[in-house]
Design a protein around this ligand. Structure first.
Ligand code: FBP
Length: 342
């Protein structure tokens, strides 16, 4: 039985069962990459890693120097461990097939190397989100790179995130609960700090970008009104929180409960966030901690992906709060169908 205070490698060694040693090695490698990123973040301002590269990524977003740096560190670390056949990243247009023989490599990794990177230059919280799938044997041909990576969230073998804030925290699940580790700045080791995290069934906060209000659907309007109304039995009105950095907003909800929403709206009919390396890994962690994630109509973990950089609406958090939100979105559809029948 591992106890709080041990290091991440010790934890992985003691928790891993037969056949899981390679997954432990991959997680250790991801953690090492995040330690490098964390160190550079601390010394990047006002040095060479602040500001933009001048490039625009596949999402049409300006690439910061830190985005670029974080992507290279993670891709290199994941490539070097020789356990991964395919890597996909928010910062890379296409899936990369790692050079060399893939036949004995068990995994594919998808990641957002630096989520919320616009916060980095103002000393705000940013994060790395990662998703690990089992590599399908015989699927390593050039033509099938995307097929290799387009898998449902429920098929993930592990997922996690690293939050670079006042402290650096790594949270992951390999399908047996959720555990968290805090980077000790002096010994530069992740120390086991959050054991078997359970998300409260209901929270007292909701997180949404109110600046998008003019674009919201009527169900989002009604839902936000609902959270703003007084009801002692459900501890409403809820407080509004918005860091504008998904890992930070999610981390708060994981520990304290509540709801995060980036719904579809009239400006973004598919939402903003990416299914494979933002929504699905966090949905996996939410479910492992007793929470849920939905688009409003479908569980995030059940979506069959069609594109690498696919966007989906995301409503994630405490089980009862997500159930409530889902009812608002589903009622709108039922209402529309009924009015068509008339
Ligand atoms: P990026 O991947 O472009 O950083 O976008 C993701 C994100 O920054 C999330 O971390 C955050 O929750 C959301 O977008 C913020 O969106 P908005 O710009 O509408 O506040």
């Amino acid at each position: 039985m591992v106890s709080l205070g041990c290091t991440l490698p010790q934890f992985l060694r003691e928790q891993s069962q037969e056949g899981e040693g390679e997954l432990a090695a991959l997680l250790t490698q991801i953690a090492t990459a995040s330690q490098i990123v964390s160190r550079e973040m601390r010394r990047s301002k006002p040095a060479k890693l602040s500001g933009l590269t001048g490039e625009v990524n596949v999402q049409g977003e300006a690439v910061t120097k830190l985005d670029h740096f974080a992507n290279s560190v993670f891709v290199q670390a994941i490539t070097e461990c020789r356990l991964v056949c395919h890597i996909a990243s928010e910062e890379m247009e296409e899936v990369v097939r790692v050079t060399g023989d893939c036949s004995s490599r068990k995994y594919s990794v998808l990641l957002d190397p630096l989520d919320g990177s616009s916060n980095a230059d103002i000393n705000g919280v940013v994060g790395t989100i990662f998703s690990i799938h089992r590599h399908r044997e015989g699927m390593g041909h050039e033509t099938s790179r995307e097929a290799e990576i387009l898998k449902r969230g429920s098929d993930q073998v592990a997922a996690g995130y690293v939050m670079y804030g006042p402290g650096t925290v790594l949270v992951y699940s390999a399908g047996k609960g959720v555990n968290g580790f805090t980077l000790h700045p002096e010994v530069n080791e992740f120390i086991f700090s959050h054991q078997n995290v359970r998300m409260p069934d209901r929270g007292t906060t909701y997180a949404i970008n109110h600046g998008n209000r003019i674009h919201w659907s009527s169900s989002t309007e009604k839902l936000v009104d609902h959270f703003s109304q007084k009801d002692e039995s459900t501890r409403r009105p809820y407080s509004q929180r918005w860091v504008g950095s998904l890992t930070a907003d999610f981390h708060r909800i994981l520990l304290e409960g509540g709801l995060y929403l980036y719904p579809k709206d009239h400006k973004r009919p598919d939402g903003k966030l990416r299914l494979l390396y933002e929504c699905a890994p966090l949905a996996f962690i939410a479910r492992q901690a007793g929470g849920r994630a939905t688009t409003g109509m479908e569980d995030i973990l059940d979506i069959e992906p069609t594109q690498l950089h696919q966007r989906v609406p995301l409503i994630i958090g405490s089980r009862e709060d997500v159930d409530t939100a889902e009812r608002f979105y589903q009622d709108e559809v039922v209402g529309k169908e009924k009015s068509k029948e008339k």
